[in-house]
Design a protein around this ligand. Structure first.
Ligand SMILES: C[S@@+](CC[C@H](N)C(=O)[O-])C[C@H]1O[C@@H](n2cnc3c(N)ncnc32)[C@H](O)[C@@H]1O
Length: 281
């Protein structure tokens, strides 16, 4: 399979559109000031700014989107060429930690967005630094935080399915990036305490599960590719895992890919969204 990350992010957009928690989204809309300064971290190919513009959340805003992959930022530049004129967009390929070191508390945004991103970080270590990017009293919107459930239907082998899910989540819990712990398979539920410890107030929270299945005309939009990418990600994460029989696991992956081809695979991932203010008072 061709492993094309920008295409995966584009295919993910319709899945996210259905998943985003509507209550949290409305609370964000109600609290957003006019002409906001917005900073989005780990913005990928820019689907969130696109969504905010499409849904008329923002018609006039100063929007900075960063991502550490130049390929993503280059794709964002092409996708976002026709944003409404009132949205002043700055895109930058830069690592979040280099960005925070450079800005050193000088950036004062009204809204900080991290979408499908925080679960890749050491959240308790990163949140206090992140909040220095925000204006006191500013808003944060942290959406699609993975929360410990990956369901693939139909069942292939109940014991093996459960073992693969557990080992896959363990790879998230043990992930090290640049020598630092960087992941938590239960980021969603842990955010309640982590946000409180970082001095933030939660205005709304709710689930934002991905639910992907084939309807009468098959999978929607490019969601077949989205599923193929997810199964391939599991494959790469667990290839050569000592607790799995290599041949059995390879067969399991092949069966999952065949279920996608047949339009049979249903995929559910449990996630949570949050909107709030920092600091508490
Ligand atoms: C799961 S993707 C989500 C992207 C986008 N928010 C979306 O949902 O379409 C996570 C993104 O974070 C970026 N990323 C990971 N670590 C980063 C870091 N340290 N600094 C900046 N971006 C980072 C990746 O390049 C990737 O685009």
């Amino acid at each position: 399979m061709d492993y094309d990350f920008p295409r995966y992010l584009a295919a993910k957009k319709t899945v996210d559109d259905r998943a985003l928690n509507a209550h949290v989204w409305q609370v964000l809309r109600q609290n957003l000031p006019s002409q906001p300064q917005i900073l989005e971290i780990g913005a990928g190919i820019g689907t969130m700014v696109e969504r905010l513009a499409e849904q008329l959340f923002i018609s006039s805003a100063n929007y900075t989107a960063i991502d550490n992959q130049p390929e993503n930022i280059a794709t964002a530049r092409q996708r976002l060429a026709n944003l409404p004129a009132g949205i002043q967009l700055t895109l930058e390929a830069i690592d979040l930690f280099d960005f925070m070191a450079r800005e050193q508390g000088q950036r004062q945004c009204d809204l900080l967005i991290a979408h499908a991103f925080l679960d890749l970080m050491d959240i308790p270590a990163t949140l206090p630094q992140l909040f220095t990017l925000l204006k006191p009293g500013g808003l944060f919107y942290f959406s699609i935080n993975f929360d410990g459930v990956t369901t693939l239907e139909p069942t292939i082998d109940p014991a093996l399915d459960a073992k693969i899910e557990q080992l896959y989540h363990q790879t998230m819990d043990e992930r090290i990036t640049d020598g630092k712990p960087s992941g938590d398979s239960r980021s969603g539920r842990h955010l309640f305490a982590h946000l409180r410890q970082a001095g933030a107030r939660i205005l709304a929270a709710g689930s934002s599960d991905w639910v992907v299945f084939a309807g009468e005309s098959g999978y929607l939009a490019d969601e077949k590719y989205f599923l193929q990418f997810i199964v391939e990600t599991m494959h790469q994460a667990l290839a050569n895992h000592p607790a799995l029989d290599g041949t059995q696991f390879a067969n399991w992956i092949a069966q999952r890919q065949a279920q996608i081809e047949a339009g049979e695979l249903v995929y559910i991932a449990h996630q949570l969204d949050f909107v709030g203010r920092w600091p508490v008072n």
